[in-house]
Design a protein around this ligand. Sequence first.
Ligand SMILES: [Zn+2]
Length: 463
Amino acid sequence: MLRRAFGQCPDSSLGSLCSRLLPMKAYRASILSFTPDREQGSCAVLEDDGLLVVGPDPLGRQRVQASGPYHQLKAHFQAVPTENLHGRVIAPGFIDMHNHFAQTNVIGSPADGLLPWLEHYTFPEEQRFSSAQYSTEAARFFLDELLRNGVTTALSFATCSTESVEALFCEAQQRRVRLISGLCLMDRHAPAGVLNRAAPDGSRNACEQSLIDSEVLLQKWHGRDRLGYAVTPRFAPSCSEEQLRGAGYLAERYPEAWIQSHVAESRDEIAWARQLFPTSRSYLATYADFGLLRRRAVYAHCIHFDDQDRTLMRDSGAVAAVSPTSNLFLGSGFFDSAAADRIGLQYGLASDVGGGTSFSPFHTMLAAYYVAREGQSKVGRSLSPQQLWWQHTAGAARALGLEGVVGNLRPGCEADFIVLNPQATPLLARRSAQANNLDELLFAMIVLGDDRLIERTVISQAQ
Ligand SMILES: [Zn+2]
């Protein structure tokens, strides 16, 4: 039985890793996971008295070894140290599909919509990230705040300075956060201090230098531990045609890297993009014209779309990062999830901090519910609690091409999870005690939850 208590290493070539026995650990609690066999609205499974067993794979990364009813699994894992978390819910770590680490300090800044908000708050703050020291301090706070809120995977914008990218990756690597980021590409239409920089000796302009820097950073960081690189044009109006063409070239050369950008957030932005790229069929089509729509391409917002845009996204494999607190805060509009579902456009949820108003996935899920309910500008509907939670975990993982890797607690997934305490506040304790089924319990946490609900965030550790 002792053998069961330790991770086994089947590949003898990994001798150095096998030279020590790596411990497994089990947790007894209610366990939330998602089954891919059912519709989103009924895809969640809560094992009331469950056992979650985690242990290392041959490379030492902690993965879920087993998850299911305690009474069925306990005999198989008797020798595994088991922590009893009675009254707690273990759930997959959240996935934030879009945010900006350099905007932590401007969260909650009042402005008259997207473009004034960028001009008055965001760009002045992002200028400060040319300092490696400033970037490192900000990255530490940002990543710790993500973890405190139960986010274990994130797709994040850095700024146009290589220092900001290096700092974010370094700090994420230390914390084992599954982070995807990249150098922001922006060579026009912003103050000089936030744009990409030319080579110091003048041998290359900002566009050329930004593309070279992107490739160097990609080769250094993509696939290193749990990190991934995203080719990151900020949004089409901020990039010259040459820069977008170069980004498309990188996206084609490195198909396993991600792409992240913004599209169709506000009507002013769309009008501007249409002026700058008049030959494209739509704002979204501009990205297609430069080779930037493909699998693993993630576009924030996707609000003001027609069905041709949705079809283009679906057929290219690109996905939407829906950012409801940001869209409500800036008054940008309402993502039409019913239309997206009708066409088959994939999407997941995102905080979009600092345009978004909270790091908390509970606030994001609740805002997504409000946005879906809105029925004046589109068809309103109620998203089910299971659907909302799925969109921030397993559904987001699927959209990112990380299904079966993160966002779920099925065997083989990386062991990123959170421990929730439904008694965390008096009102939550009172309301959750009245929950008659899984939807009512999940919705009580979505509506009333915040960082107080998260007792612990556990990251898949390398041994
Ligand atoms: Zn954004």
